[in-house]
Design a protein around this ligand. Sequence first.
Ligand code: AMP
Ligand code: ZN
Length: 144
Amino acid sequence: MGDDIQLDDDCIFCKIIRGEIPSFKVFEDDASLAFMDINPAAPGHCLVIPKHHAENIFVTPPHASAAAMATISKVAPAVERAVQPGGINIVQANGPAAAQSVFHTHFHIIPRHLDDNLLMNWGLNPGDMDEIGAVAEKIKAELD
Ligand code: AMP
Ligand code: ZN
């Protein structure tokens, strides 16, 4: 690992990166790691993490997020070929209301099957265009 890799002594995912606790690693490069989730939502459920300790996506440096995304681009098609599900969700949680339980930024690769009843589908319910436009303006103002 390079000198620019920042890890945390107490973080469970940093311990996996350092090999201090066991994991089913499926892919690793200098800046990211993919390993199996031990509480899988479906067979093939794995996690991709940057080798940079940061609590959530808000404070993860873009280069670390980009490294994880590049690995997702490699691993998700491999999961697709290996498991042949009906689809795959890439999920990333930030904060308790988003059901984040490990505070090292990570991306779930979750194989999906029709009628698997995973509660992740918010459906296609048309929104209120005025409300959507108003929130878009608020977000854009934060990006100025
Ligand atoms: P989240 O709820 O989005 O923070 O997801 C954290 C995920 O990490 C959960 O799906 C857990 O099952 C998974 N997890 C926690 N500890 C481990 C571990 N030691 N090895 C593999 N996966 C883990
Ligand atoms: Zn960590």
